[in-house]
Design a protein around this ligand. Structure first.
Ligand SMILES: CC[C@H](C(=O)O)C(=O)SCCNC(=O)CCNC(=O)[C@H](O)C(C)(C)COP(=O)(O)OP(=O)(O)OC[C@H]1O[C@@H](n2cnc3c(N)ncnc32)[C@H](O)[C@@H]1OP(=O)(O)O
Length: 253
């Protein structure tokens, strides 16, 4: 399987399991996120949803370019991007807290997935960034729109999007993207964090998360995400984007 879903007591852990290609996202992993949403919605005992990556190198390197490079037109890319963005919006709006356990590199759509989570526990050696700009596109799964929601300084938000490079963990904490930085084993760090944040009653957690979801609904977050998707799909069709993807895929061969 390209992902695993494991429930440990009151926590559900979704792990992207494609370490050979830095946990890049394909349609199977996206289907896994749909399964995660379904599982959480049908099990009220779950208090926290965790997303992480297999191995110790990467959290997620974004969309699987060996698959995505076949999408050439605005319409073809819009269909994929909007499907992924909708699935990820359902993850973001789970009525329990979500936590990205960033065990390594998170770039492109991988940085978007970490950003949509409520918390980001980032391994000291991890580097995270919106590198889509290097492919001559914007984020396309909602990540840019979620980043503007994080309450970071506007200049830091725009820098992170437009510099299009992975940031080291100390900078991610300085700008307010990382919730905490950890060293050592990721599940040890998760356990320490959870001990502090899970209140006795899941009704309290859900009530507080609903305050955020209502804010997003009132500010039309989903509509703004779809605008991001449309912009990305227009840029996707440009030759400069296809050239950038092809040069990435050919550089190792
Ligand atoms: C769908 C849109 C979405 C969005 O932006 O909304 C996206 O995410 S677009 C995709 C954006 N992601 C990238 O451009 C990341 C590409 N990968 C890298 O930059 C590097 O691989 C990195 C930094 C993750 C790791 O670099 P490192 O030098 O340590 O490893 P390699 O580059 O040699 O990678 C090893 C192996 O994995 C393959 N690989 C890595 N990332 C991807 C990917 N996203 N899709 C497909 N394949 C990927 C890489 O090609 C190498 O394969 P090999 O056969 O061993 O040459």
């Amino acid at each position: 399987m390209d992902y695993t879903i494991v429930k440990k007591d009151e926590i559900i852990i979704f792990e992207i399991n494609r370490p050979a290609i830095h946990n890049a996202i394909n349609m199977e992993v996206l289907a896994g996120f749909k399964e995660l949403v379904h599982t959480v919605k049908n099990d009220s005992s779950i208090k926290l949803a965790v997303i992480t990556g297999a191995g110790d190198k990467s959290f997620c390197s974004g969309g699987d370019l060996s698959v995505l490079h076949k999408l050439k037109t605005e319409q073809e890319s819009f269909e994929m991007l909007s499907e992924a963005a909708t699935i990820l919006y359902d993850v973001a709006t789970l009525t329990i807290p979500t936590l990205a356990l960033v065990n390594g590199t998170a770039v492109g759509g991988g940085c978007e997935i970490a950003t949509l989570c409520d918390y980001r526990l980032v391994k000291k050696e991890a580097r995270c960034g919106f590198i889509q700009g290097q492919l001559a596109i914007t984020s396309g799964w909602g990540g840019g729109t979620y980043l503007w929601e994080k309450g970071m300084r506007q200049d830091h938000t725009l820098q992170m999007l437009t510099e299009a490079v992975p940031y080291p963990s100390d900078k991610l904490q300085t700008i307010g993207w990382a919730t905490e930085i950890f060293e050592g084993h990721k599940y040890t760090a998760l356990e320490a964090f959870v001990q502090r944040m899970i209140v006795p009653h899941e009704t309290v957690l859900r009530a507080y998360k609903m305050q955020l979801i209502r804010k997003w609904e009132q500010s039309k977050l989903y509509e703004r995400i779809m605008e991001e998707v449309r912009t990305c799909s227009v840029l996707w069709e440009q030759e400069v984007h296809h050239d950038a993807v092809n040069s990435f895929l050919s550089k190792k061969k």
